[in-house]
Design a protein around this ligand. Structure first.
Ligand SMILES: [Zn+2]
Length: 412
């Protein structure tokens, strides 16, 4: 049996011991600990018949040449958030390596299609606030002008942090070369949410990544003395914002998988003796269906106008960021479902709320799919992030089956 899921678990523990402290994983991209993780990863494939290179955006590629140039890509990311968990990204990367080993051994170094492992650079965007950096360079959706001057907490520029790791942001477009012959992309990831655990299922098919509408919403009222201003003449900006904060919940609940979050509320002047004259809020709305997303956005806009009017206020919206929903490839979704059913008997399909590198890969036109494995307590980006070992094992096995089916499809 060339596939050894126990080895994946042992390697993940090794990586955790090497790159975590008492607060959790510290593999933040472009830091020494991240470089140490990548150095450690080097020791894991030295005996495999692969070639290795870093592309112009710092993505790490291992290539096992097959009879066909068509390439099946497998990957995830070794970087973590500060005080992160041991599985986010690392599981997908180490499971991909195990599947690569299986292909190398079973086909004596030359599988029917080329198999490529990718460890994306800076998926998390934890240091500079720019997520999916390496995969956006691959996809050609990078934003060099906007990104180069971003600074971390210590005022270090993104451009300089990358240069220290041998990456020139100017050369990002060269990473698009890696798309050549890329015929499919598969990624295993922990769910980072509670859905599979609540269904008591180990594995799920990811339908796609949800689209996001992210806006800053500011209500303007009238700052006034809290003692002298009668209730019926107040223009309380917080009251209008508070109504919206509650209204986004029924707006989301009209749809099975939609979510709406008001994550930040700031009041001005923000003192105990003044009616709130200005209230700055943020709204993050997500769904896999572009029409649902558009309608939720519309409903929230209308509700904000109504509540502003009710409270004698005005409201303004400005878009912070948005991305369209990215549905995964129908053929790969079917293979993923079969692979899970063959491994654990039953499969469930769900969209991904968090973004992943696979969204960039899919947007670039490479057929893609993701598989989720249950997260205990639905917790991630936290040192207590965990998954049962037997579930990790079945995840590696199911990913391998999915890879085998996909390789077959590519030669067929
Ligand atoms: Zn991740």
């Amino acid at each position: 049996m060339p596939l050894n899921p126990q080895r994946t678990i042992a390697e993940l523990k090794e990586l955790r011991a090497l790159t975590s402290d008492e607060h959790g994983a510290q593999r933040v991209a472009w830091t020494d600990t991240w470089l140490k993780a990548r150095q450690w990863f080097r020791t894991k494939w030295q005996d495999l018949p692969v070639t290795q290179h870093y592309d112009a955006a710092g993505n790490n590629w291992l290539t096992l040449k097959g009879e066909s140039e068509k390439a099946l890509l497998l990957g995830s990311h070794l970087d973590s958030v500060p005080n992160g968990g041991w599985l986010d990204g690392a599981l997908g990367t180490m499971a991909a390596l195990e599947v690569l080993r299986r292909f190398a051994e079973e086909h004596r170094g030359q599988p029917p299609v080329t198999i490529r492992l990718v460890d994306w650079a800076d998926e998390e965007g934890a240091r500079f606030g720019r997520s999916l950096l390496g995969s956006s360079a691959f996809a050609g959706t990078h934003s060099i002008a906007a990104d180069r001057g971003l600074t971390d907490r210590d005022g270090i520029r993104l451009e300089d942090a990358l240069r220290r790791c041998g990456v020139e942001i100017e050369r990002f477009p060269e990473a698009e070369r890696e798309r050549q012959n890329a015929a499919a992309y598969l990624e295993l990831h922990i769910e980072q949410g509670p859905v599979l655990e609540r269904l008591n299922l180990p594995l799920g098919v990811v339908l796609g990544t949800k689209g996001v509408e992210r806006h800053a919403i500011t209500f303007h009222g009238q700052e006034a003395h809290s003692g002298s201003t009668p209730m019926n003449v107040r223009r309380d900006a917080l009251a209008a914002a508070a109504k919206l904060a509650l209204e986004i919940r029924p707006i989301a609940k009209q749809h099975a998988d939609a979510v709406c979050t008001m994550g930040s509320v700031k009041t001005f002047p923000g003192i105990v003796t003044a009616v709130v004259g200005r209230c700055e809020t943020t709204l993050d709305q997500r769904d896999l269906d572009a029409r649902v997303l558009a309608s939720m956005f519309q409903q929230a806009c209308e509700a904000s106008q109504r509540f502003a009017a009710e409270e004698g206020c005005t409201v303004e919206w400005s878009r912070i960021w948005s991305i369209e929903p990215v549905p995964f490839h129908p053929a790969l979704l079917a293979f993923c479902r079969q692979a899970i059913e063959e491994t654990v008997g039953v499969s469930h399909s769900l969209p991904s709320g968090p973004l992943h590198d696979s969204a960039e890969v899919a947007r670039a036109g490479v057929p893609s799919v993701m598989m989720f494995v249950q997260s205990l307590g639905g917790i991630s980006h936290n040192k207590i992030e965990d998954t049962r070992e037997e579930h990790l094992e079945t995840a590696v096995i199911a990913l391998d089956k999915l890879a085998a089916k996909t390789a077959q499809w590519l030669v067929g």
